[in-house]
Design a protein around this ligand. Structure first.
Ligand code: 5GP
Length: 176
């Protein structure tokens, strides 16, 4: 049986919301510049779209973490696989993440990044599943709150598939 994907957020809805988030960030940091820290791989399409909607100067950095867990759930034990290329000390940093689930990954990463003494440190997430939270995380810019379901598309994968979908859909895996 093939995987089933049911549209949750259309491409138009997602892009409209990202445009608004870009405007919000541009207004908040007017006259300054921001460093977007894109968490690979899932946040890449979101970070690219967001960067295009920010009208103040933007630097983009990438970071990749691996979270020990199974395919659909993180364990909270996070390893930095690829670190930033440049120091963030004194910069206005916005971490760009695809989805906050239990909150464990972001809780760990924000702690690590804050120790590097950025001027400000905020979190921007496309999706949030608040029902599943086990650790407190403050999301400063949020695209959408969604129900407790496994979603794919707009960067999010299931076994590395579906990242390229231009919408967000609820995925029911079929048989392998
Ligand atoms: P947390 O540490 O908040 O539990 O997990 C966050 C990470 O788990 C996300 O960056 C993402 O990689 C993965 N994740 C959580 N929920 C989903 C989901 O519904 N779909 C996909 N594809 N990944 C998810």
């Amino acid at each position: 049986m093939a995987d089933k994907i049911e549209v949750l957020l259309t491409e138009e809805e997602v892009n409209k919301r990202i445009r608004e988030m870009g405007e919000e960030i541009s207004a908040r940091y007017e006259g300054q510049s921001v460093t977007l820290v894109c968490i690979l791989k899932g946040a890449a399409p979101f970070a690219c779209e967001l960067a295009k909607r920010i009208t103040i100067p933007v630097e983009i950095e990438f970071m990749r973490c691996s979270s020990y867990g199974n395919e659909t759930q993180s364990s909270g034990v996070v390893k930095i696989v690829q670190d930033l290329d440049h120091p963030i000390r004194g910069k206005h940093v916005i971490v760009v993440e695809d989805i906050i689930d239990t909150g464990r990954t972001m809780n760990y990463l924000l702690t690590v990044l804050s120790e590097r003494e950025p001027a400000t440190l905020e979190l921007c997430a496309l999706l949030d599943k608040p029902d599943r939270r086990v650790t407190d995380v403050q999301v400063d810019y949020l695209g959408f709150e969604i129900p407790d379901a496994f979603v794919v598309g707009y960067g999010l994968d299931y076994a590395q598939k579906y990242r390229n979908l231009p919408y967000v859909g609820i995925c029911t895996p079929g048989n392998p």
